[in-house]
Ligand binder design. Structure first.
Ligand code: FE2
Length: 311
């Protein structure tokens, strides 16, 4: 009987075949061969819902903040950004973030500010962290420090999206396990959304890559911060997670990682402390754009942004 049905349907012209199938979906379900033939036609009214994410790399000092204020609105327009995330760890004099600077970043339409190890260098950063849950600090620091490490943002028609800030341990403070911390937070956020962006603030490329593979298929994007140098390995991993070892800083590149090169050189050459100062010149914006499928949370597009480009 099954063979007879299949032969009959194959003998029909294609248009008629689809018409019959659409008008009687029950027959499709009872016949496995026809089910596989027709499924795309039936389900095409469920198009993927794109959700556009723009993540700006570590803003360093006033020069980085000014460039971000000048450029971010045009990128928001270009990519039709639904979720804007900015790492503000080094915004105020290169270390931490003061309330007035957080306010300026939020005025750009930023949904979440992420940070990292240097956020603790300013006492007033702690006040900011305690006052606004949209400003994240790495979740895997001891909870007694206060502050918030992850958040789920309501984007209205676009649904909800989670943002997580965790920090690596290689060449950094021996804080809690970032891998297990990320798994825990992702499970919590998955109760509300599958779209999850992770800012992994870490020093070692190996640890960042390991985190990328650990989170592949679990989050929309895992993007590294902290080393202030953009890497050329931005891509979507096989299970749908956008990854880049480091997004790079938004700040002055006539420098050593955003600090005046004269002082940084003295520290290296003389092996004694010399006061860091934020550099001023060759200011560039580094960012990544990721388009997510809002239903599945998978990344479907990714672009790395460096402006002006090097070279
Ligand atoms: Fe950092």
């Amino acid at each position: 009987m099954f063979e007879m049905q299949a032969t009959f349907f194959y003998a029909l012209p294609l248009k008629l075949f689809i018409l019959i199938a659409n008008s009687n979906p029950k027959s499709v379900i009872t016949n496995p061969l026809l089910h596989y033939s027709i499924t795309p036609t039936i389900q095409r009214n469920e198009l993927p819902k794109p959700l556009n994410i723009f993540f700006v790399g570590d803003i360093v000092g006033q020069p980085g903040l000014e460039l971000a204020i000048n450029l971010v609105p045009s990128y928001v327009k270009k990519y039709e950004v639904d979720l804007l995330i900015i790492n503000g760890e080094n915004t105020t004099e290169g270390k931490g973030i003061a309330e007035e600077h957080a306010k300026k970043i939020f005025e750009l339409g930023t949904h979440v500010i992420t940070t990292g190890n240097h956020v603790w260098d300013r006492w007033d950063s702690r006040k900011v962290l305690g006052a606004d849950r949209r400003i994240l600090r790495p979740l895997n620091y001891p909870r007694e420090n206060g502050g918030n490490g992850y958040i789920v943002v309501d984007l209205g028609e676009k649904g909800k999206a989670g943002v997580l800030n965790v920090q690596g341990r290689v060449y950094m403070q021996p804080i809690d396990d970032p891998f297990k911390t990320a798994d825990w937070a992702i499970a919590k956020m998955n109760e509300e959304t599958k779209v999850i962006f992770v800012d992994f603030h870490a020093d070692a490329s190996a640890e960042k890559m390991a985190m990328g593979w650990h989170l592949d298929g679990k989050v929309t994007a895992c993007i590294g911060t902290h080393t202030h140098t953009p890497t050329a390995d931005g891509r979507i991993l096989p299970r749908g997670t956008a990854f880049q070892s480091d997004v790079g800083m938004t700040g002055p590149y006539d420098s050593v990682l955003g600090m005046k090169k004269e002082q940084a050189l003295k520290r290296m050459v003389m092996q004694t402390p010399h006061k860091y100062e934020v550099a001023l010149h060759d200011v560039r914006l580094c960012a990544v754009y990721v388009q997510a499928d809002a239903e599945t949370g998978r990344a479907v597009k990714m672009e790395s942004v460096v402006f002006p480009a090097f070279g």
